[in-house]
Write a protein that binds this ligand. Structure first.
Ligand SMILES: C[S@@+](CC[C@H](N)C(=O)[O-])C[C@H]1O[C@@H](n2cnc3c(N)ncnc32)[C@H](O)[C@@H]1O
Length: 250
């Protein structure tokens, strides 16, 4: 989006069309390259308002797309949103399906604060979730019908190719997955099967299942990993722009 469009969006969303001294300060932030979502302070994700005051990864439209597909399939049961960032994935699920229980986990303290803020803004009943600080699965001690994951997956070698607004403003720990981008994906796939419920539970009639986001260039490697770790079924899917973007594993 160009700066003019961003400026008019900012004016409409944050200042109800009335430019003030604060608005002009915010325009300076845009000119310095800060992402418009941080300047506005929130974004929309599948009908949820996602506050971004603690500067988690800004939810992406590609993620919104596959989570929308996953929501159609998940009609109840226990879910884990791991690598949760702002909490957008778990919160969208909790808001759109009242029968779902969803634990939401991240390693970053700032993200945990952000997740709690967003659960409150979206009025999610406290009985339906737990927010868990965990280094990947280390502090997770339950089994789930569905696990939804958007791990950091950008190869460090692509650092110089990222837009300045991303590299200068978004959290590095949300972006990079080691030299080949697969550091977290490898660890996640290796362990995730131990955190899935046995297939017989009623709630997971269509599960247990893992939904995971990745970059299209990683598809082949990911297929190898999924097979290596002994999962039986896998289904790759494209995003709304035609790129391989997510995989459903059971
Ligand atoms: C790509 S972001 C995804 C955020 C959010 N789920 C979304 O889709 O917008 C990845 C997240 O993984 C978290 N993360 C990084 N290292 C982690 C670790 N070792 N254990 C758990 N979470 C980690 C980061 O803090 C970040 O919030």
């Amino acid at each position: 989006m160009d700066i003019q469009k961003e400026t008019s969006w900012l004016l409409k969303e944050k200042y109800s069309g009335e430019p003030s001294a604060k608005f002009y300060k915010d325009v300076e932030r845009l000119k310095a390259g800060e992402p418009v979502a941080y300047v506005i302070g929130f974004s929309e994700f599948l009908g949820c308002r996602i506050d971004l005051s603690k500067k988690p990864l800004i939810p992406r439209v590609e993620t919104e797309y596959w989570v929308g597909e996953a929501i159609k399939e998940i009609n109840g049961g226990r879910v884990l949103d791991i690598f949760a960032g702002s909490g957008c994935i778990g919160i969208a699920l909790l808001k759109n399906n009242k029968k779902v229980l969803c634990d939401i986990s991240d390693f970053s303290e700032d993200c945990l604060k952000q997740i709690r803020i967003n659960l409150k803004i979206n009025k999610i009943d406290k009985k339906r979730y737990k927010v868990i600080r965990s280094d990947i699965f280390r502090s997770i001690n339950k089994k789930y019908d569905f696990i939804l994951a958007n791990p950091p997956y950008i190869p460090k070698t692509r650092k110089n190719k990222l837009p300045k607004s991303v590299i200068n403003f978004e959290p590095k720990q949300a972006l990079f997955g080691g030299t080949d981008g697969l550091y977290f994906i490898r660890k996640f796939l290796k362990e995730a099967r131990n955190y899935l419920q046995p297939a017989s539970t009623e709630a997971s009639a269509r599960g247990p299942k893992i939904f995971m986001e990745f970059d299209s260039a990683q598809k082949k490697e990911i297929e190898k990993l999924i097979k290596k770790f002994g999962y039986k079924n896998l289904e790759f899917h494209r995003d709304q722009f035609g790129k391989w973007r997510w995989v459903a594993i059971s």
